[in-house]
Design a protein around this ligand. Sequence first.
Ligand SMILES: NC(=O)c1ccc[n+]([C@@H]2O[C@H](COP(=O)([O-])OP(=O)(O)OC[C@H]3O[C@@H](n4cnc5c(N)ncnc54)[C@H](OP(=O)(O)O)[C@@H]3O)[C@@H](O)[C@H]2O)c1
Length: 158
Amino acid sequence: MQVSIIAAIDRRGGIGRHGDLLYHISADLRRFKALTMGNTIVMGRRTFESLPKGALPGRRNIVVTRQTDYKAEGAETAGNIREAIAMAATPVFIIGGGPIYAQAIGLADRLELTVIDAAADDADTFFPAIDLDSYRVERIERPDTEPQCSFVTLVRIK
Ligand SMILES: NC(=O)c1ccc[n+]([C@@H]2O[C@H](COP(=O)([O-])OP(=O)(O)OC[C@H]3O[C@@H](n4cnc5c(N)ncnc54)[C@H](OP(=O)(O)O)[C@@H]3O)[C@@H](O)[C@H]2O)c1
């Protein structure tokens, strides 16, 4: 099963603040939708609870939690990331947040990153360090956004 991580990170690796995204960039949200639609999305319980309208439609939503009795409307639950990936029958996108990315980065074949040309000084959630030696750059796209960002696809080579 193909496993991708998809994340929007700023120059300091920040991804969130107070349970919300750091930036809301519509071109990034469109890209997220286009890549994940019809596929399986795996997320931590806190990311699930940060979704403004709950489970994302058109995708199989799997929430990773240690709570055995957790009920996530419109979503399934898994006790850890490997279990979530094993449940999937379509390509998997790991959609966050911080601890989930940190645990999944070694399992992912691809990183679909939106690198945002900004640096929030109050981020409280971060993407893990990326060992660039382990990837090749497959694609870079520079959409016209504010703040400016780049869509970067990295593919694991080792
Ligand atoms: N910029 C981006 O691309 C992006 C993407 C996603 C999220 N975010 C941001 O990230 C923040 C939310 O994410 P977060 O980092 O706080 O938390 P998170 O990773 O979404 O969720 C953490 C929770 O996941 C569960 N979990 C983690 N590791 C586990 C394991 N090994 N086994 C079982 N369950 C496990 C636990 O749930 P239980 O406590 O229920 O056991 C844990 O409390 C928000 O600010 C959000 O906006 C940003």
